[in-house]
Design a protein around this ligand. Structure first.
Ligand SMILES: [Zn+2]
Length: 206
């Protein structure tokens, strides 16, 4: 699974979970619902869920968390193993626990939840990577100090082949890209793209 699938599917799952948990909450969601009046009902409802979710967590940090494991491990793999085809410390429970523990301390002392949200994104990444199939890396270093999943051969070419030929790969990438495109389109349509990039807010009033 590549970055678009990780970010888009994780965001989609978080939005759906928000909807299942109640979806609309607070005056901002009401305002978003009112602003979206006239749209098709399902899209309006999804926008309410996205707005509600964005009031609870900083979606910029969450999206960063969904890809940070690969952004750490791939370059390190290229440097230390000569290939991008590795999963290292960034795909371990230890990494997740360190981020969550630091996040807990930060949240308790300064009411700053950013690292907890980052940890949520990292957890989504580990789940979507199916890391339970690679317990040696997931539980590193409990089962030994080395990382066993080092790709042999031309990883880049193998990934291009997989992207073109494997439905499980290109369909998930397309699904992730569609979710991200819908999210960006929502921000653009409401004139909130720059505000979101700068402040992580979708609604006009905090
Ligand atoms: Zn990964």
């Amino acid at each position: 699974m590549f970055l678009l699938a990780h970010a888009g599917i994780s965001l989609g799952a978080a939005v759906v979970a928000t909807g299942l948990a109640g979806g609309r909450s607070g005056p901002d969601a009401e305002r978003a619902g009112a602003a979206a009046a006239g749209q098709a009902a399902p899209w309006r409802r999804i926008e309410e869920w996205v707005t509600t979710l964005s009031r609870r967590i900083d979606l910029r940090v969450f999206l960063a968390g969904t890809v940070v494991s690969d952004l750490i491990d791939k370059p390190l793999g290229r440097i230390f193993y000569g290939t991008f085809g590795v999963r290292l410390f960034g795909h371990s429970l230890l990494f997740l626990m360190i981020v969550l523990l630091a996040g807990l301390v930060l949240h308790l002392r300064r009411r700053q939840p950013a690292l907890l949200v980052l940890g949520l994104g990292i957890l989504a990444h580990l789940v979507l990577d199916g890391m339970w199939w690679d317990p040696h890396t997931l539980l590193w270093p409990a089962l030994g100090p080395s990382f066993p999943t080092v790709w042999q051969g031309n990883w880049e070419q193998a990934m291009v082949d997989q992207l073109l030929a494997s439905p499980g790969t290109y369909l998930t990438e397309l699904a992730g890209a569609a979710v991200l495109a819908g999210f960006v389109w929502m921000l653009v349509r409401h004139g909130r793209l720059l505000a979101f990039v700068r402040h992580g807010r979708i609604q006009e009033h905090p």
